[in-house]
Design a protein around this ligand. Structure first.
Ligand code: FES
Ligand SMILES: [Fe+2]
Length: 429
């Protein structure tokens, strides 16, 4: 349980809030790079700020205030040019650094003026990496953008998937250090939804949480497992400060405002090792569905099940009313580290896990339970009977709403001519 004051401190992220200041000190993934293959710009809301994300005709990305500094028109109705974004109201042009580089009428009527220097638009740097667009919204100097080692893997099909989540970021992130929910939410509930009461998921018997430079690992022993199991020897990663890393995929929980979040995922699926080299032409981006026609949350896919948990806690979970048990030790540890990092930045220090050495950031390894599955892969025949991989071959079981063209590209990559997805995975389409 937290006091109302502490709950506010961890959850509020809009301008001026300490937790927002803390999260802004990390590069945040905010979109998929391929979204901008066929559109030049779009509005985006992050940390309670309305912004415009664009790709200019030179291929550079920019993130600027939605309001033009001239007379406040909406720049998301502007257009992009070779060097920036132009406002549709009176034609002022801004480059990706936010500098005003043209003021068409003033440039004619008052050519010597230095007015432009005082007319910058607020802007944040954006960088593409691994099919994602990353923004840095914190104070200068920006830290290095870490290249997580999975971003360097070869011969895989990668997809970027976003979901708009109508609740505060912290309840999404607390899910990253909550091993026991797997037993109930993902291993038991799906069978109960089908009316099958015969399934008994293996119980969790033992948990361990370990802090490391880039977050926490959690480890588990469930019925039928031994202490040599990779889920006990390595486990999963609650990646600092707002992500979850499960080996084959990452999930970031990026604050949109106090009551909304963007869950943005990066999935890597190693193609069968007997197919030879594979090079993906384009990393697709798509946005998942979270609500069905009946107005209820979609519950057919793993992350949709998680979302049902998060939004069920309310717009901003009232942690004054929670009752934590033994399974929540990781949640408590994570909150403590957040309070410690808030202290660190209040005293002018970097928070945890910030990398300022470019060589170090060039490839950052994380604990991975079974790395060879992703790095080396296994032959198709073996994948088809593998307890984890065989389900993956049927389609994306994590997020509802994968477009057919992405599914088909995935099946082509896997060397499978099948196009049909099982009804279970089509439930939300
Ligand atoms: S309001 Fe944008 S140029 Fe005038
Ligand atoms: Fe989950």
């Amino acid at each position: 349980m937290l006091t109302a004051e502490k709950n506010k401190l961890l959850t509020e992220i809009e301008p001026g809030a300490p937790m927002g200041d803390l999260l802004r000190r990390y590069w945040q993934p905010i979109a998929g790079e391929s979204e901008f293959d066929d559109k030049p710009l779009r509005p985006i809301r992050l940390f309670g700020e309305d912004l415009v994300l664009f790709k200019d005709l030179s291929g550079n990305f920019g993130l600027v205030d939605k309001h033009c500094p001239h007379r406040r028109a909406d720049l998301s109705y502007g257009w992009v040019e070779k060097s920036g974004i132009r406002c549709s109201y009176h034609g002022w042009l801004f480059d990706t650094a936010g500098r005003c580089v043209e003021q068409p009428f003033d440039d004619i009527a008052n050519p010597g003026t230095r007015l432009k220097e005082r007319c910058s638009v607020k802007s944040y740097p954006v960088r593409p990496l691994a099919g994602l667009l990353w923004a840095y919204m914190g104070p200068d100097p920006a830290p290095e953008l870490p290249v997580w080692e999975p971003f360097t893997w070869k011969h895989g099909f990668v997809e970027v998937v976003g979901c708009d989540i109508p609740c505060n970021w912290l309840q999404c992130q607390e899910n990253s250090i909550d091993p026991v929910h797997f037993e109930w939410m993902h291993d038991t509930w799906p069978s109960r939804m089908k009316g099958d009461t015969s399934v008994t998921a293996p119980k969790h018997l033992k948990l361990a949480f370990d802090e490391f430079e880039f977050g926490f690992t959690y480890r588990r022993i469930r019925e039928g497992m031994t202490e040599t199991d990779p889920m006990w020897t390595t486990g999963r990663v609650a990646l600092w400060p707002n992500a979850f890393f499960l080996g084959g995929h990452f999930e970031w929980r990026v604050p949109v405002d106090n009551e909304n979040s963007l869950c943005i995922c990066w999935f890597f699926s190693r193609v069968p090792s007997d197919l030879g080299p594979y090079e993906q032409k384009r990393i697709p981006t798509w946005y998942g569905k979270i609500k069905g026609e009946d107005g209820r949350w979609i519950t057919s896919h793993v992350i949709n099940q998680d979302i049902t948990g998060w939004v069920g806690q309310g717009k901003i979970a009232d942690r004054t009313k929670e009752k934590l048990g033994m399974s929540d030790r990781g949640v408590s540890l994570m909150r403590k580290r957040m309070f410690d990092d808030l202290e660190a930045i209040a005293h002018g220090r970097d928070p945890s896990g910030i990398i300022r050495d470019a060589d170090r950031a060039a490839c950052v390894e994380l604990p991975i339970a079974v790395p060879q599955l992703h790095r080396d892969g296994v032959p198709l025949a073996e994948m088809k009977v593998h307890p984890v991989l065989k389900g993956r071959l049927l389609g994306n079981r994590w997020v509802a709403g994968q477009p057919d063209d992405v599914h088909n590209a995935f099946m082509d990559a896997m060397g499978l001519p099948e196009r049909k997805r099982p009804a279970r995975l089509k439930a939300a389409e």
